[in-house]
Design a protein around this ligand. Structure first.
Ligand SMILES: Cc1cc2nc3c(=O)[nH]c(=O)nc-3n(C[C@H](O)[C@H](O)[C@H](O)COP(=O)(O)O)c2cc1C
Length: 346
């Protein structure tokens, strides 16, 4: 039952009476749409030149290189997947412990462990190519040249749909300030990556730790980004009062999971208002309603991260649940919902 039906019942007797209201409210979408089924709901979305069968992608760093999940998940049914962040050289990562649970969330300090871009191309990509799923390579570096070199290596490889630039990294050449915190640095690294990415779309994944995400979003859009991914984890920490030590080997980490959803939802809304390119939302998505919330705030697609730790099949399961939810609201295309948030108060 919708909340306004209760308002009617409690405060303003409905002329048709209680039964009529309830009958109206419980009228299922299938009765309202005879011959139509949840399977008829169109979840396909376009982001620039890329088309996705559904808008739910597995997020970087929470789905390995995709292959690790292939025995648990039918990769061919995913909207897409984003690889673990790839660097110029292999990185061993941060000391254990690397993960720790927090109220409604999780802290991680994996330290961007990865096999390095060349090993990815040689050892992972040939197996990934066998699946019918758009794969985006997540790219990072500690200076502009690193980003460019990773993309240059990937440009020679087959089987990728696009690149996602992780700019939540310290720029060592500029005193360690994150690329993602400074509009000029974000613009500079996007410009360099854009020049290197001749074959494929370029998404830029923004840091959530900014005073005005619109500024960064516009700076990156102006340099040719095809889409924005909003957002990465939030710097945070957890301590053990008994040992008086951090719960993470790296001392600090990134907060993710349901705890961050309300904060990131606002960032998606703010970023979407600032740019014309599509926004991909992620942060704390676990359910179909979480997906719809992000779409309502303007996201064209979403990614699922931490939820895969509890349920590796969540990204495969969500499309059917989103279809069911849209069907129950008489909505037959997810695009109808995009940005349909009513900003007026009341
Ligand atoms: C263990 C772990 C590793 C991650 N590694 C990366 C990474 O390599 N590159 C990146 O851009 N984001 C990385 N992220 C961030 C996620 O892709 C995502 O932005 C964040 O976790 C928020 O989404 P969620 O709340 O659904 O997890 C990582 C997150 C986690 C939990």
């Amino acid at each position: 039952m919708k909340w306004w039906a209760w308002v009617d019942l409690n405060h303003r007797p409905h002329p048709q009476g209680l039964r009529a209201i309830l009958m109206h409210e419980v009228t299922s979408s299938s009765a309202a749409n005879p011959g139509r089924f949840p399977a008829d709901v169109d979840l396909s979305v376009a982001i620039g030149a890329l088309r996705f069968r559904n808008p739910i992608l597995a997020a970087s760093g929470t789905f390995g290189y995709g292959l690790e999940f292939a025995h648990l998940v039918d990769l061919n049914r995913l909207g897409g997947l984003v690889t673990k962040g790839l660097s110029r050289e292999p990185i061993e990562g941060a000391p254990a412990p690397r993960l720790c649970e927090t109220p409604s969330g999780m802290l991680n300090a994996v330290g961007l462990q990865n096999v390095g871009v060349r090993a990815f191309v040689e050892q992972k990509l040939p197996a990934l190519r066998k699946f019918d799923v758009p794969v985006l390579a997540n790219v990072f570096g500690s200076c502009q040249e690193d980003y460019v070199e990773v993309i240059r290596v990937l440009e020679d490889a087959e089987g990728l749909a696009g690149y996602e630039l992780n700019i939540s990294c310290p720029n060592v050449k500029k005193g360690g300030l994150q690329f993602g915190n400074d509009p000029a640095a974000a613009a500079e690294v996007t410009r360099a990556a854009r020049k290197a990415a001749l074959k494929r779309p370029l998404w830029v994944k923004l840091s959530p730790l900014v005073a005005d995400i619109g500024l960064i979003a516009r700076a990156v859009e102006a340099e040719g980004a095809d889409a924005l991914t909003v957002a990465n984890t939030y710097p945070a920490m957890a301590v053990d009062h008994r040992t008086r030590r951090s719960r993470l080997g790296n001392l600090t980490g990134g907060l993710s999971g349901p705890a961050i959803k309300p904060i990131t939802l606002r960032l998606v809304w703010e970023a979407g208002k600032a740019v014309k390119i599509p926004v991909v939302g992620l942060g704390g998505i676990e359910t179909a309603i979480d997906v719809l919330d992000y779409v309502l705030m303007g996201a064209t697609a979403v990614q699922v991260g931490t939820a895969s730790f509890a349920d590796p099949q969540v990204s495969e399961r969500l499309p059917a649940e989103v279809r069911e939810a849209l069907f129950s609201f008489n909505v037959f295309s997810i695009s109808e919902l995009r940005g349909n948030f009513h900003a007026e108060i009341g």
